[in-house]
Design a protein. Sequence first.
Length: 107
Amino acid sequence: MTTETMKHTAAPWTIHWGMAQGGDGHWIMDAQDHGELSRIAMVAFHDETSGDETRANAKVIGAAPELLAALMICCDQLAGWVDSGSGDARDFWAVKMAKAAIEKATA
């Protein structure tokens, strides 16, 4: 699979801070600016007090399309290195873990 054949909503995704769950949650939105139709996900507040974990979760989700694209490119590059016999055991396991994460995100 290439980044051109991805089925998920195209990047960029933005975070609308404090716009969900009565101001405690955050919307992850696409760039199409179609109001409620642009909502991809809501990250609900679930921390004990600070909200730091909720904000961190929103950041990871908001960066997901770019992270996946970067991981796919890095995996292809490193797999070539490993396949040529130039890599070591850490490289092999890094490719294996990257491929598993890509499969999880795209299956």
